[in-house]
Design a protein around this ligand. Sequence first.
Ligand SMILES: [Fe+2]
Ligand SMILES: [Fe+2]
Length: 323
Amino acid sequence: MNDTLLLIDDEPHILSAIKRIFAEEDLRIFTASGAKDGLEILAREEISVMVTDNMMPGMSGLEVLHRARLISPDTVRIMLTGHANLDTAVAAINVGEVFRFVLKPWDNEAFAATIHEALQRYSVIKQLRSGDEAVMLSIAQTIELKDPYTRGHCDRVAEYALIIGNELGLPAQTLADIKYGGWLHDCGKIGVSEFVLRSPSSLSQDEYSLVKNHCLWGAEVARLAHLPERVINIILYHHERYDGNGYPTGLKGETIPIEARIVSVADAYDAMTSERSYRKAFPPDEVLNILSSVSGTQLDPALVTAFKSRMSQENAPRLVAAR
Ligand SMILES: [Fe+2]
Ligand SMILES: [Fe+2]
């Protein structure tokens, strides 16, 4: 089936200007000049992405988005907004009501990029719903491509997390969820622009809060795709810290689900043993020592111990060196 886009705006010239941007693309576009018409189309058609104006007679953009979420939860929602209403748009993003907002007057190229990312998110949700293992891995790998420095990251995180899970003797179903969660832990990065992800310098406050949102966005995608609770927990809580100073919720110690604490150790290990845009990779031995130094603050001490004991066994260095 073709991708579909629904545009809701009371100004006809806005509708036609947006349609022109996608004239060459294989995209079915529906337009509505008001909220009521727009929501009717949403109820009737399968809509991948919708864009709605913030200020319309009869119903605010926020209300349209809220109702849209109830009518068609999978449809990715984008708000079109002027500078004067920027605060509303940012608030809407923070509560998960919208995927992105587009500021008027917009830049066509940036607009198209936003829509393409939204379409990608829609297709990710649909595909994840299949629950197929190969599909999950290929989605994780596709998302990684946004940042060349994280290539192979999700696969390795899953592998390290399984080392810990096996060391703890966790049941098979939990191990399977840990593997999927390891693959998908950063899947919320489809919501973060490539510009921010590839930024070689340190991030501004705003950019950093966008990056931090990847946990919430990813968990929402996973929820919409009906993935198992443990997989959602990993995506949502993999940046929490054992001492409670992490994000997005500040959960502490054992209140952080164990599957997420495991993936945090694996994620930290892989992040430090790989090269990043802003620094070189550290040698594995050194990284194991660094893990010990953040054990009890950033990471769960028992899990660091389990990981280190397994990684320092005879066959482990070969596994690390092979990457
Ligand atoms: Fe992450
Ligand atoms: Fe990660």
